[in-house]
Design a protein around this ligand. Structure first.
Ligand code: ZN
Length: 159
């Protein structure tokens, strides 16, 4: 079976940066299982997976504009320290916070008095991503998975 919209795809992958450093990998962890055609993966990777078959392996370089975009200065803001979830805030710390449109990771870039400067850009913003990918399995999504827009079962959401 081939990768297409409305298929559930199981992937093994390794993600590296321009220096060859591993940023993320399914090796030693669970493979990635996702519903294709929903924008679950970065756009460049999802596009490259179209029409690939079970057992196919490939490498792809995804530029920032097809991954996490370019750095957006509007996502830098000042916050009162007491609104941050940790009392011992230091420059360089990251926090997961719930914001409009979902969870965001905030990077603390400066602290001045009672205020912290935080950057909500994605940690991989502006980066060219190098993926090694193997398509492990492809199956049809169930009607329920399509209705929910995500994968169910052992590898997906339990509910
Ligand atoms: Zn569901």
């Amino acid at each position: 079976m081939q990768v297409a919209a409305q298929k559930v795809v199981t992937l093994e992958y390794t993600l590296k940066d321009d220096q060859g450093e591993i940023l993320d990998s399914s090796e030693g962890a669970k493979p990635l299982v996702y519903l294709h055609g929903q924008g679950s993966l970065v756009a460049g990777l999802e596009k490259a997976l179209d029409n690939k078959g079970e057992g196919d392996s490939f490498e792809i370089t995804v530029p920032p504009e097809d991954a996490y975009g370019t750095h957006n200065p509007a996502l830098i803001q000042r916050m009162q320290m007491r609104r941050l979830p940790d009392k011992n805030v230091q420059v360089g710390m990251r926090f997961r916070v719930q914001m409009e449109g979902g969870a965001r990771f905030l990077l603390v870039t400066a602290i001045q008095g009672d205020y912290a400067t935080v950057d909500a850009n994605h940690p991989l913003v502006g980066m060219t991503l190098h993926f090694s990918v193997k398509v492990v399995a492809v199956r049809d999504a169930t009607a329920e998975e399509l209705a929910h827009g995500h994968v169910h079962g052992a590898d997906g959401h339990a509910h």
